[in-house]
Design a protein around this ligand. Sequence first.
Ligand SMILES: Nc1ccn([C@@H]2O[C@H](COP(=O)(O)OP(=O)(O)OP(=O)(O)O)[C@@H](O)[C@H]2O)c(=O)n1
Ligand SMILES: C[C@](O)(CO)[C@H](O)COP(=O)(O)O
Length: 446
Amino acid sequence: MTARPDDTAPFSAVHRALVIVAAGSGTRLGHGIPKAAVTLGVGSILEHACQAVTPELGFELIVLVLPEQSSHHEVLSAPATALAHRTGSQVVITSGGAARTDSVRAGSQAVQKHAELQGWDGPVHVLVHDAARALTPPEVFSRVLQALADGAEAVTPAVPVTDTIKQVQSEGSAERVERTLPRSALRAVQTPQGFTLQFLERAFAHIEQLPTERASQLTDEAMIAEDLNTEVRVVPGHPHALKITTETDLITARALLAEQAREPLSSERSETGTSGAEAAATPPGPPRVGIGQDIHAFALADEPTELWLAGLYWPGQQGLAGHSDADPVAHAACAALFSAAGMGDLGTHFGADTLGTHRAEMAGARGVVLLSQAARIVRDAGFRIGSIAVQLVGNRPKFAPRREEAQRVLSEAAGAPVSVAATTSDGLGFTGRGEGIAATATAVLY
Ligand SMILES: Nc1ccn([C@@H]2O[C@H](COP(=O)(O)OP(=O)(O)OP(=O)(O)O)[C@@H](O)[C@H]2O)c(=O)n1
Ligand SMILES: C[C@](O)(CO)[C@H](O)COP(=O)(O)O
């Protein structure tokens, strides 16, 4: 791709690079894991941020800036391969720093290094994007790139503010209004912000010289441009480009995503079914069958634990061991739903074992709650649940007397018929020895 900022300038190719900063800890979100790794619909926040990057945007290089040391590195780096494949861009991963500015600096240094290695001699346009603005649509990227192509050195997307904004003065713990800022001139700025690489080099040289306190006040690169008296061009942002900062933002983002997935009819869902967005892309096909399995060992005799099985509480029975309520019937049913939809497994959606993590909010989580969430997730992706069948294998408790009750509870949770059968394994294996309970489920989706 090429651009000519003005007719008198010598023609030269413009290179485009994108830096996605995802090295923050997500303190305000409070999930106890890096924010970019937090599940948002199908996939992580970072995965969604990457999905917005289309091949048409023409990035030659995409830099993912991840936390320097994180047990979530595998989840965070996972989108890189798919992103490279989908966009044709080179994707590199680099480590961020303590503050967002440090991470952006690391990202732009990676661009600089790449530009030198590749011998890029024309202008380099760099977009700096927050992974936390995961639902930013590609059109915002295009607008920023266009403004750079039109000759701007620094560009930010922005949206009008909808609240009346007051400037306040603090008096101890109290605050009093000093004045009301004229709303028509106020904008909430978003990302991706766009800069020439030359500007970013100047910007980081500038903040090196600032006192630490002042440098820490510069929450975006557009602010550094202001400090340097460099004009910052404003282009329209998008309401979906909200920054996921608090739990309320995450709920909003999930709702937006669910709405986007709902828009296409189920007749337009995916054959591969890997994501809500992809689920929208392809025509209808035959019913889809999924399989799921779950096994839990009984808790040790000296650790009294409640037994939750098939959505029911079984008083007087020693329970199964697990981070959640360890209900293998409900879990197998969830896994079968995700399997039928081609949407991964329990780990993908609930941060369970396959991610190697246990989300704090999953502690003791009821199987029926997970089942209703799993059902919502596959429905949000455009599927209709036909039925779920679960077969449990275990010596105890005696299941048949409560089968109807269990089926009713599970069917209510799934919003579709769930049948449960039980058997023993004739004394064989761990179920036969009474060490645990296993469940296998199938699900049919349309
Ligand atoms: N040291 C940091 C801090 C932030 N970011 C990134 O900058 C973006 C905006 O930051 P923010 O939303 O404030 O994220 P966190 O710093 O993770 O949030 P918090 O302040 O609540 O910890 C996010 O994509 C975040 O990953 C980063 O790469 N490196
Ligand atoms: C860059 C930014 O997203 C623009 O709105 C914002 O400044 C980041 O701020 P934070 O301090 O990292 O939340």
